[in-house]
Design a protein around this ligand. Structure first.
Ligand code: NAI
Length: 339
C-alpha cells in the first residue's frame, strides 16, 4: 500500500527542510508517494495565487499533506496563506506536542505537554476595518459551534492518549463574551464527555508565568487561536526552540502536518535550518496514516525514524540551533546513515 500525500515545500527554509525530510522518509521505507504543490511566495513566483485551487483540491483528494512554512508579509500585503488554508479546509484543531528530547539541552528536563489550538476563528478571523482615519478595529469571533468542537476534540484527544488534565488558558475576566464562551464550552464538554480527565482553567497571563516556572504542571493545553499561536512558541522555547517542535492541523476529514516554526528568512538558503521539526511532523503524519488507514508499514517507518533521530541527537549529531555543528543536509545524512 502506498499513500499519496501532498507536499508543500513552502518558502524560506521550507524547501531545504522538506528536501531533507523526504530523503529521510524514503530511506526509512515510508510508503508515501508525494504530490508536490505550491503555496505562498513560491506559488506567486509560479504566476499563480498564493493558495492555488490546485493545491487545495489535491489536499481534498488525498486527505493528507505535509507542509513547509509559508511567508506572510508583516503589516501589509496578502493575508496569511496558513490561516486561509486552515479555514478553507476546516482544519479546526492544531495540535503541537512539546517535550524534551534526549541530547537537546534546555532549561527544563520534564516537559511533556500538548498545545491544542482552535484554528478557525478568534482574532484570526481577519475581519479588520478602518473606522475613520487613525482608528482601526479587529474583530474577535467566537461561535458556540467552534468552541464546542475544539473542546470535544481536546478532551477526546486527552483520553485517547492517556493524558490526565486539560487546562484552558483564557482571558474571560476581560473578554467575558468571547473567551467566556470558549471557557463555558470547555467546562460543558468536560461535564458531558468524561470525568477521568481533569479540567482546569487559568487566566492566560498567570498561565504564562506558571508555564515558565514549572511547565511539568501542564498536560494538555486548550486555547483559542491567537493564544495558541503565541503559547506554542513559548512552549517551544522551553525544550530547545522552534527547530524541535512538530505540529498538525486536523479537520474531520483531512490533516495537514507542519512544524510550528515559520520560514526563518534570517537563515534561509544557508543550510542552517533544523529539519527535525518538520521531520517530527512527518512522523506524526505516518502515525496518523497508520492509525486511520490501518497500515502497519507507516507506523514501523515512523518508529524507525524516531529511533534514528533519538540516536543521532544522543550521539551529538545536531544542528546549530540546538548546540551542534551540522548543517541541514549533514544532519539528514547522519539520520540516513543510521537508517
Ligand atoms: P520563524 O519561526 O520563521 O523564526 C523565528 C526564529 O527561529 C528565527 O530566528 C529563525 O531563524 C529560527 N528558526 C525557525 N525555525 C528554525 C529551524 N527549523 N531551524 C533553526 N532555526 C529556526 O518566525 P518569524 O521570523 O516570526 O516568521 C518568519 C515568517 O514565517 C513570517 O512571514 C511568518 O508569517 C511566517 N510563519 C509561517 C508559519 C507557517 O507557515 N506555519 C508559522 C510561523 C511564521
Amino acid at each position: 500500500m502506498t499513500h499519496e500525500v501532498v507536499l508543500i515545500p513552502g518558502d524560506g527554509i521550507g524547501p531545504e527542510v522538506s528536501d531533507a525530510v523526504c530523503q529521510v522518509l524514503e530511506r526509512a521505507g515510508a510508503p508515501i508517494s508525494w504530490a508536490t504543490h505550491q503555496a505562498g511566495l513560491a506559488a506567486l513566483d509560479e504566476g499563480g495565487d498564493v493558495l492555488p485551487d490546485t493545491t487545495l483540491d489535491a489536499i481534498r483528494r488525498t486527505g493528507v499533506a505535509l507542509k513547509g512554512p509559508c511567508t506572510t508579509p508583516v503589516g501589509e500585503g496578502f493575508t496569511s496563506v496558513n490561516v486561509k488554508l486552515r479555514k478553507t479546509l476546516d482544519l479546526y484543531a492544531a495540535v503541537r506536542p512539546v517535550r524534551n528530547l534526549a541530547g537537546v539541552a534546555s532549561r527544563y528536563d520534564d516537559v511533556d505537554l500538548v498545545v491544542v489550538r482552535e484554528n478557525t476563528e478568534g482574532l484570526y478571523s481577519g475581519v479588520e476595518n478602518e473606522i475613520t482615519a487613525g482608528v482601526v478595529t479587529s474583530l474577535k469571533v467566537a461561535t458556540d459551534a467552534a468552541c464546542t468542537r475544539i473542546a470535544r476534540w481536546a478532551f477526546r484527544y486527552a483520553k485517547s492518549r492517556g493524558r490526565k488534565k486539560v487546562t484552558v488558558f483564557h482571558k474571560a475576566n476581560i473578554m467575558k463574551l468571547t473567551d467566556g464562551l470558549f471557557l463555558r464550552s470547555a467546562a460543558r464538554v468536560h461535564a458531558e464527555e468524561d470525568a477521568d480527565v481533569e479540567f482546569e482553567s487559568v487566566i492566560i497571563d498567570a498561565g504564562c508565568m506558571k508555564m515558565v516556572q514549572n511547565p511539568a504542571q501542564f498536560d494538555v493545553l486548550l486555547m483559542e487561536n491567537l493564544y495558541g499561536d503565541v503559547v506554542s512558541d513559548l512552549c517551544a522555547g522551553l525544550v530547545g526552540g522552534l527547530g524541535v517542535v512538530p505540529g498538525a492541523n486536523f479537520g474531520d476529514e483531512r490533516a495537514v502536518f507542519e512544524a510550528v516554526h515559520g520560514s526563518a528568512p534570517d537563515i534561509a538558503g544557508e543550510n542552517r535550518a533544523n529539519p527535525l521539526a518538520l521531520l517530527m511532523s512527518a512522523v506524526m503524519m505516518l502515525n496518523h496514516l497508520g492509525e486511520t488507514r490501518g497500515d502497519e508499514a507507516c507506523r514501523a517507518s515512523a518508529e524507525r525514524i524516531r529511533t534514528a533521530y533519538d540516536g543521532a541527537l544522543g550521539a551529538g549529531d545536531r544542528t546549530r540551533d540546538i548546540g551542534g555543528e551540522l548543517g541541514t543536509s549533514e544532519f539528514a545524512q547522519a539520520l540516513i546513515r543510521r537508517l
